[in-house]
Ligand binder design. Structure first.
Ligand code: ADP
Length: 395
């Protein structure tokens, strides 16, 4: 029996999926979650109790491991067993990931108590970018800053890796799918046929990022040193000139803590629209003529186009443009805004197919579009579960 529970921890949420890999199979047997969580300890107990009640496990002892889609840690990358050292390494980067690492560290410690003896394993969101070209990952900073961790890391690795595999399968390139699947085993050495497969993956959700993927391996990601960068997020800032911060602190008397809070909680779609951090509310406002809501949507689309353009150039064109995550899978109007007027690049949406596509795999480009545009629902937990399984088998 090989059952692996994958926990997705937010500051006020716990989502989980249980996978069964027994007898060489791969099946998601249960999923669930809790929103507006104030007591993570109680939520973890309820998660384990629900799995027992449903007959999926007879107790935490039945779990071969609990896997975590952890974000980042200092000096640790890839898929690792969560011991005291790994937790310390996560702690060391908590100040760059205030919305992510603290709830994960707390949740991991709680799981250690509730499921004593069960291996706890993390797949870090930065893992997918370990083979990206160095020039794409460096900032022009003093060497000592780089050594301290000031560089691009890239995030949403589980999601973009899933897209790398699934898009290749859907495009009939099983060689590339296999290369992506083996990435954490052989570092992208699995041979592939020609021509190159060039994919641009747009993960647009509560936080958003875009990756360029060449033959199943990432060449970069719009998220930089922290998961607050790149595109505007629901309530986090996205890219902003680094000099804006000292300017605001000096001229407006803003404290560092307050500036950090505002960049994490009052920025992004929420800050731009002045209305909501959820694109559904912002789109509704824009539909009623609210100018700030319209601008918020325009800024998101503009930034998405900026990064798509960057990877289109780095990849010397693209074979596929993929939309995934909450906004990418569901918000047809945002996909339309992003793909608008790109026919000279061979990117042409089919408006009817786009309007219809929602939370299911679908091709949404027109028949004459050189670039295939697709919606592919992501499955980050599956990517985590597969790597956790491999980690257990190798150790
Ligand atoms: P996270 O990054 O938090 O995991 P998700 O991928 O679940 O995010 O995306 C959540 C966001 O996606 C929401 O904040 C909302 O803006 C958007 N979203 C979710 N469902 C829908 C929907 N049915 N239609 C449009 N947008 C949606």
């Amino acid at each position: 029996m090989m059952k692996i529970l994958v926990a997705n921890l937010g500051s006020t949420s716990l989502k989980y999926r249980l996978f069964d890999f027994s007898n060489g199979g791969e099946k998601m047997v249960s999923k669930g979650g809790f929103e507006r969580v104030t007591d993570h300890s109680a939520a973890i107990e309820s998660c384990l109790a629900d799995l027992e009640k449903g007959g999926f496990i007879r107790g935490a002892k039945d779990l071969a491991a609990v896997g975590f889609k952890a974000v980042m840690a200092k000096g640790v990358n890839g898929c690792v067993r969560l011991d005291a050292k790994a937790l310390e390494a996560m702690e060391a980067f908590s100040c760059i990931t205030p919305a992510h690492n603290p709830p994960y560290i707390q949740g991991i410690k709680l799981f250690a108590k509730k499921a004593p003896g069960t291996p706890l394993v993390a797949l870090f969101e930065t893992a997918f970018y370990q083979w990206a070209p160095e020039a794409a990952m460096r900032y022009a900073v003093p060497e000592a800053w780089f050594k301290a961790g000031v560089r691009r890391w890239g995030f949403h690795g589980a999601s973009h890796k899933f897209i790398a595999e699934r898009s290749a399968e859907l495009l009939g390139r099983n060689d590339v799918a296999e290369r992506a699947r083996n990435l954490y085993v052989d570092g992208g050495k699995t041979p592939v046929k020609t021509p190159n497969l060039r994919v641009i993956s747009c993960h647009l959700g509560g936080s958003s990022s875009i990756s360029g993927i060449l033959n199943g391996v990432a060449i970069g990601n719009s998220l930089g040193m922290s998961p607050q960068s790149g595109l505007p997020h629901n309530d986090r800032v996205g890219d902003m000139d680094a000099f804006a911060l000292p300017f605001l602190m000096r001229t407006q008397g803003l404290s560092l803590d307050e500036a950090e809070r505002l960049m994490c909680k009052e920025a992004g779609l929420k800050g731009l629209s002045g209305k909501s951090n959820d694109i559904r509310d912002v789109a509704e406002g824009a539909g009623k003529g609210d100018e700030r809501c319209k601008l918020a949507l325009d800024v998101l689309a503009h930034n998405a186009r900026h990064w798509i353009g960057s990877y289109f150039l780095q990849l010397n064109g693209a074979d596929a443009l993929i939309f995934t995550a909450g906004i990418g899978e569901n918000q047809a109007s945002m996909r339309e805004a992003i793909c608008h007027n790109l026919d000279n690049l061979g990117i042409v949406l089919d408006p009817a197919a786009n309007a219809k596509a929602r939370a299911q795999e679908a091709v949404i480009s027109s028949a004459d579009s050189r670039v295939k545009i697709m919606v592919i629902p992501t499955n980050e937990e599956l990517v985590v579960a597969r790597e956790v399984k491999r980690q257990l088998q190798n150790n």
